[in-house]
Ligand binder design. Structure first.
Ligand SMILES: NC(=O)c1ccc[n+]([C@@H]2O[C@H](COP(=O)([O-])OP(=O)(O)OC[C@H]3O[C@@H](n4cnc5c(N)ncnc54)[C@H](OP(=O)(O)O)[C@@H]3O)[C@@H](O)[C@H]2O)c1
Length: 323
């Protein structure tokens, strides 16, 4: 079958590790389902896979089919979207707390392919009002944004949120979901284009990257890491929360203990979301009429163009590959 995959790990030149071509169809174990992919979306995680930087130190075996997220149809024609979190069969409760959790394209082949095999529970029937195109972007960046906003940030509607970054998949998801929920949304961006996009999607105010805010906010969601960390610390109000959801610019930041304790700042991490989070988010999107921002739709054969845009320059919301 056709697939877009990482042929090896290349830490400094992920594009050199990207390949498209024929790979064997994945085996479909007993109790699993085969999905014919129609749409698959790109995440920063695919770049981390191409670079060999993974949350799972056990490592990835190459070639590895890329793609955490996608939508398509079962063999009987039922349209479905993929819930990307996998884990132990015996685990019950919050899937993100399963010590054996992982996502597609780490140990199992991903969505950039004609077919993917998934456990039954990972194939969610598409609700009316959600196209396969828009559903295909919801699994990773959007799911993480939903949980960070509604489980981790401790915000109530009407309270203020700073989203670090504007143009990316997760930042646009945070802006669109947060706007629909009635939060006061401020964002930063490195570009005029990013700020204009944030305003179009419902941000109330936008700022240059690391620009001092006129007042502090009740929560910050930071998916950038070291490049925005000091600004996130300086922007959160007493008693507020910083939710860390990404590490685009590196893995280490200094922790200023005195302001954290004297101003009672909560700093927490958030990763992916539960199956119930994904179902609830899909209902929220349909009920509130959100159209997830998609900046680029390309045939999967042209995956290199989409990956290059994410690696070299700003994107606008999500990138989707079609079959
Ligand atoms: N915790 C989780 O479960 C989870 C899930 C999904 C993603 N993530 C992580 O979240 C991060 C964002 O993922 P994404 O898919 O949204 O990526 P993306 O689409 O490439 O977006 C990158 C974002 O980072 C901002 N940015 C600021 N400084 C940057 C810099 N120096 N280089 C690159 N971008 C910079 C961009 O904002 P402007 O262009 O507006 O400045 C943009 O909003 C990644 O680290 C990813 O691994 C984590």
């Amino acid at each position: 079958m056709f697939a877009g995959y990482a042929s090896e790990a290349n830490p400094s030149d992920p594009l050199a590790a990207l390949a498209v071509g024929d790979l064997p169809e994945p085996a479909v174990p007993e109790g699993w389902l085969r999905i014919k992919i129609s749409h698959a979306s790109l995440n920063r995680h695919d770049i981390f896979t191409l670079r060999g930087i993974t949350a799972h130190p056990e490592g990835i075996s190459f070639p590895m089919i890329l793609g955490n997220d996608g939508a398509g149809s079962l063999d009987d024609g039922t349209p479905v979207v993929i819930y990307p979190v996998l884990g132990s069969d015996e685990w019950r409760g919050d899937e993100t707390l399963d010590p054996n959790w992982h996502i597609f394209s780490e140990f199992l082949p991903g969505t950039f392919a004609d077919y993917i095999a998934v456990p039954k529970r990972n194939a969610i029937p598409l609700p009316g009002g959600l196209s396969a195109l828009h559903a295909s972007v919801l699994g990773t960046a959007w799911l993480t944004a939903y949980r960070a906003l509604f489980t981790k940030s401790a915000l109530r509607p009407g309270q203020s949120l700073l989203v670090q970054g504007s143009s990316g998949g997760m930042s646009t998801a945070l802006i669109q979901l947060g706007h629909a929920a009635g939060f006061e949304i401020w964002t930063t961006s490195r570009s005029d284009r990013g700020r204009a996009l944030a305003e179009k999607l419902g941000a109330h105010r936008t700022f240059n990257f690391n620009e001092k805010l006129p007042r502090k906010v009740q929560a910050v969601i930071d998916n950038i890491g070291p490049a925005s960390w000091a600004h996130s610390m300086a922007s959160v109000a007493r008693g507020g929360t910083i939710v860390i959801t990404g590490v685009t610019t590196g893995l280490e930041v200094p922790l200023p203990l005195l302001p954290m304790l004297s101003e009672q700042i909560t700093v927490c991490g958030s990763i992916m979301g539960t199956l119930q989070d994904m179902k609830d988010m899909m209902n929220f999107i349909v009920n509130s009429g959100i159209t997830p921002e998609i900046g680029r739709v390309l045939p999967m054969e042209q995956a290199e163009q989409g990956v290059r845009a994410m690696w070299e320059g700003p994107t606008s919301g999500k990138t989707v590959f079609t079959r």
